[in-house]
Design a protein around this ligand. Structure first.
Ligand code: ATP
Length: 445
């Protein structure tokens, strides 16, 4: 049953231009996926919601867009060069490779006894080896150890290294945040579950710099903001759960972490993380670079290294959770209708304008209407296939409203607006459409 739903989502994503296998015409490249026309629009809308609510609408958060390739010392300081390892094990019989912890191995001391290979059911393992997940490349024309660089495994590194520059340029008073959206790369041993675990993905991360005394208050603040974001983009709240990460499982830098988990068809797994990272990062970068990263509080005269609360959100996992939350099948006049009940704010097409037929000036009128609406929202003109087929297609990509231009439009200036969820139709004057939709589209709709 679970697999069936994933199959349906993957097939819809491909059929309707959301997500394609990366390098598909060459047989695909494992752990990479490409976003098509609908996927990139959905992703951009999600990013916009995040940026608008977490950056643009607040005067205490500043955005950055750092280079993906950073000085390798950044990743030595952060602990990624030595510590960003997954336990790799190989089946000697069928040569399948697994992350040992994902097939039931728990104790770093014990061998893999009693666990059989999920592929061939034999029990014949290599030793568990530490495998560093960072992608390595080299910079410049000479390839030697001095030229080795990494593709960033998380966007946070580019925030910590720009903390001082933002401080000097913007003079923010503490507490304040620095936010970034961008690509991250991890050489996952076993990429799987569509866009859930991939080797190249996007993150939306925010580092909140605060006085140590106040971290708990801000932890709650960002926890609430994460829930608001989950609601705004249309992730099913009932399928989302907080997991207080037990002390013994916390990352070495963290004193408290909450994982936000989602009930995917393949199990309850991580969607986002919210971590209190203490002063670990700034302290480390200050020691390693020799640059003073302390904050000077003019009011109290205190000089200190800020502590950090970090909400970290994976964009691809957001897309997957949004698609899973929106997917539905219902009965439309005796036929099964596939529908994505996306929030209008994130829908790749927010209104489709359809001429009833191409003839008699209807196409021109519909094109003109789409163009006028496109200054207010994502509006698309669609003329191919019967009107019924077009409604189905728009339902499948989650278009909340279809506007149909017919012969009455030419007479009295009204159109039919069809609502995706109720399938009800109402007549509205073309001139009133911008106001009608902008009321419905206010953020959070
Ligand atoms: P997991 O335990 O699932 O590997 P993680 O705990 O390593 O995840 P973090 O390092 O906390 O993940 O990364 C922050 C966020 O980035 C995650 O909550 C997730 O949304 C996203 N993310 C991490 N790894 C991947 C991946 N391989 N593919 C897609 N998204 C990812």
């Amino acid at each position: 049953m679970a697999d069936v739903l994933m199959e349906k989502i993957i097939s819809l994503a491909k059929r309707r231009g959301f997500i394609f296998q990366g390098s598909e015409i060459y047989g695909g490249l494992a752990g990479t996926w490409d976003y098509g026309p609908m996927g990139v629009a959905l992703k951009n809308n999600i990013k916009n919601v995040w940026w608008k609510t977490w950056v643009d609408s607040r005067s205490d958060v500043h955005g950055v867009d750092a280079a993906i390739i950073m000085h390798p010392r950044v990743w030595k300081t952060s602990g990624h060069v030595t510590g960003f390892n997954d336990p790799l094990v190989e089946c000697k019989n069928c040569h399948s490779r697994f992350r040992a912890d994902q097939i039931g191995w728990t104790n770093s001391e014990s061998p893999l006894s009693g666990i059989v290979c999920p592929e061939c059911a034999k029990e014949d393992w290599t030793d568990v080896k530490n495998f560093n997940m960072m992608f390595k490349s080299s910079i410049g024309t000479v390839e030697d150890s001095a030229s080795a660089i990494y593709l960033r495994p998380e966007t946070a590194g580019g925030i910590f290294t720009n903390y001082k520059q933002v401080l000097d340029a913007m003079h923010p008073a503490i507490p304040f945040g620095i936010a970034q959206i961008g690509k991250a790369f991890r050489n996952e041993i076993a990429p799987r579950d569509f866009i859930f675990r991939v080797r190249e993905f996007e993150q939306m991360e925010l580092e909140w710099f605060t006085h140590e005394n106040e971290w708990e208050k801000w932890f709650e603040h960002w926890r609430e903001n994460m829930w608001n974001f989950i609601d705004t983009v249309g992730i099913d709240r009932d399928k989302t759960h907080e997991l207080e990460v037990p002390k013994e499982d916390l990352a070495h830098y963290s004193k408290r972490t909450i994982d936000f988990e989602f009930d995917y068809p393949f199990g309850r797994k991580e969607l986002y993380g919210l971590a209190y990272r203490t002063d670990f990062d700034l302290k480390g970068h200050m020691e390693a670079s020799g640059v003073d990263l302390q904050y000077f509080d003019q009011e109290s005269g205190e000089r200190f290294i800020p502590h950090v609360v970090e909400p970290s959100l994976g964009l691809d996992r957001t897309v997957l959770a949004v698609l899973l939350s929106a997917y539905g099948e219902d009965d439309a006049g005796g036929e099964t209708r596939i529908v994505l009940r996306l929030k209008p704010t994130v829908a790749p097409v927010q209104v489709a304008v359809l001429p009833l037929m191409k003839k008699g000036g209807l196409a021109e009128k519909a094109q003109e209407t789409a163009k006028a609406l496109s200054t207010h929202m994502i509006a698309r003109y669609d003329e191919s296939g019967s009107i019924g087929k077009r409604y189905r297609r728009q339902d499948e990509i989650g278009t909340p409203w279809c506007v149909t231009v017919d012969f009455d439009t030419l007479e009295d200036g009204t159109v039919t607006v069809r609502d995706r969820d109720t399938m009800k139709q109402e007549r509205i004057a073309v001139d009133e459409l911008p106001t009608y939709f902008s009321q419905k589209l206010t953020l959070g709709a």
